[in-house]
Ligand binder design. Structure first.
Ligand code: ATP
Length: 307
C-alpha cells in the first residue's frame, strides 16, 4: 500500500485485521474467549499478558495458522488463509526454525521470492544490523542473530501489516535497540504492527495502543498513557539523606540520596513528607509505570485507588 493509501485507510477507519467474537478452545481448555479486536491501518499495537494468556493463539488466528472455534477473523477483509491477504502480511512466530546450511542472504532471497515487491536483501539486512552476515550459514549464527534474522524476514515482502510474537526475547541491549529502530522506522512510514512482549518497557517504548489479555479475554484496550492512569499509582521521588517511615508510601527504594516511593495518593504523601519536617530537595511526581497498570489489571486483587 502506498503512503497516500495508508493515510486514506486511516482516514476511512479501514481495519487491516479484525477479530469478531473469537473463541479458540483446545479440548476443554479455552485459550481465547470471546475476543473482539480491530487493527486499524497505521497503528502500533502491543499485546500484553502473562504466560498462557492467549496472545500467541490470537496472533496465530490472525495469520491463518489456527481456526477460531467460534467467531470470525479477517485479514484485509478476507479469510486469513487467502493468498491475497497473506501477501500483504509478515509474521515472526514465537519460535522459528532456519535451515542450518543455508546462508543468511539465501534465506532472505528465498522468502523474497514469494512476494511481488520485496525489499532487496542488502537493504533489509542492513536495516536489521545483519549486513555483515550475508554469507554466513544460519547454523553458525548466535541465538540473538538468528532472532534478528527471523524478525527481518517478516519485513522482506514489504508488508502493510506485521505480527511479531515476542520479537526481542533473548536479545542483548544492542540487538533489542536495533530491532526497536527497525520497527519504529517501519511504523514511521505508515506500517501497521502488532507485537507481543513480556518486556513492559518495550511496549511503553514502541506501542501507541496496548491490549492486555488475561485468561483468554481482553481486559484492557487503551493508550499506554491511559493504562498508566488506570493503575492510579504515582511515583514520588526526592533527594534526602534520611526519611522517616511514611504511611502513604507503598514501596520505597533508595539509590544514593535519591528515594523513590510508590503511592496511591501523591498529594497526601507530599503533605506527610512536609509535616515530618525532614530536609529534602528535588521533588518529582510521576505516573506509575505500565508495569503497575499491568499488574493491577491481571491480578485478582482490585486495582489500587486513590484514597
Ligand atoms: N496446541 C495447543 N494445544 C493445547 N493447548 C494449547 C495449545 N497452544 C496453546 N495452548 C494453551 O492455550 C493457552 C494460551 O496459550 P498461548 O500460547 O496462546 O498464550 P500466550 O499468552 O502466548 O503465552 P506466552 O506468553 O507464555 O507465550 C495456554 O494455556 C496454552 O497451554
Amino acid at each position: 500500500m502506498t503512503d497516500e493509501l495508508r493515510e486514506e485507510a486511516v482516514g476511512n477507519g479501514e481495519f487491516l485485521a479484525r477479530a469478531v467474537g473469537v473463541t479458540r478452545r483446545y479440548g476443554d481448555m479455552t485459550a481465547v474467549d470471546q475476543v473482539d479486536l480491530d487493527i486499524p491501518a497505521g497503528q502500533l499495537l502491543g499485546l500484553l499478558g502473562p504466560n498462557g494468556a492467549g496472545k500467541s493463539t490470537l496472533i496465530n488466528m490472525f495469520v491463518g495458522l489456527r481456526h477460531p472455534t467460534e467467531g470470525r477473523v479477517e485479514l484485509f477483509g478476507r479469510d486469513p488463509r487467502d493468498m491475497k491477504a497473506r501477501l500483504r502480511m509478515g509474521v515472526t512466530p514465537q519460535e522459528t526454525g532456519l535451515p542450518d546450511m543455508a546462508r543468511v542472504g539465501e534465506v532472505v532471497d528465498f522468502v523474497a521470492a514469494h512476494y511481488p515487491h520485496p525489499f532487496k536483501r542488502g537493504e533489509i539486512l542492513d536495516r536489521f544490523g545483519l549486513g555483515e552476515l550475508v554469507r554466513k550459514q544460519t547454523g553458525g549464527l548466535s541465538g540473538g542473530q538468528k532472532r534478528r534474522l527471523a524478525v527481518a524476514l517478516a519485513f522482506v515482502g514489504r508488508p502493510d501489516l506485521v505480527f511479531l510474537d515476542e520479537p526481542t526475547t533473548g536479545l542483548d541491549v544492542e540487538g533489542r535497540q536495533t530491532l526497536w529502530d527497525a520497527i519504529k522506522e517501519f511504523h514511521g512510514t505508515g506500517g501497521t504492527v502488532v507485537l507481543t512482549s513480556h518486556y513492559l518497557e518495550e511496549v511503553e517504548q514502541l506501542a501507541q495502543r496496548v491490549v492486555v489479555v488475561d485468561r483468554g479475554r481482553c481486559v484492557a484496550d487503551d493508550s499506554v498513557e491511559a493504562l498508566r492512569r488506570i493503575s492510579g499509582l504515582r511515583r514520588v521521588s526526592v533527594l534526602a539523606s534520611e526519611l522517616p517511615p511514611l504511611a502513604g508510601a507503598m514501596g520505597v527504594e533508595r539509590e544514593g540520596d535519591r528515594v523513590r516511593m510508590v503511592t496511591a495518593d501523591a498529594d497526601q504523601l507530599v503533605r506527610e513528607l512536609v509535616a515530618s519536617g525532614v530536609a529534602f530537595t528535588d521533588l518529582e511526581v510521576q505516573s506509575g509505570s505500565l508495569q503497575d497498570a499491568f499488574l493491577a489489571l491481571t491480578s485478582k486483587a482490585p486495582a489500587p485507588t486513590a484514597a
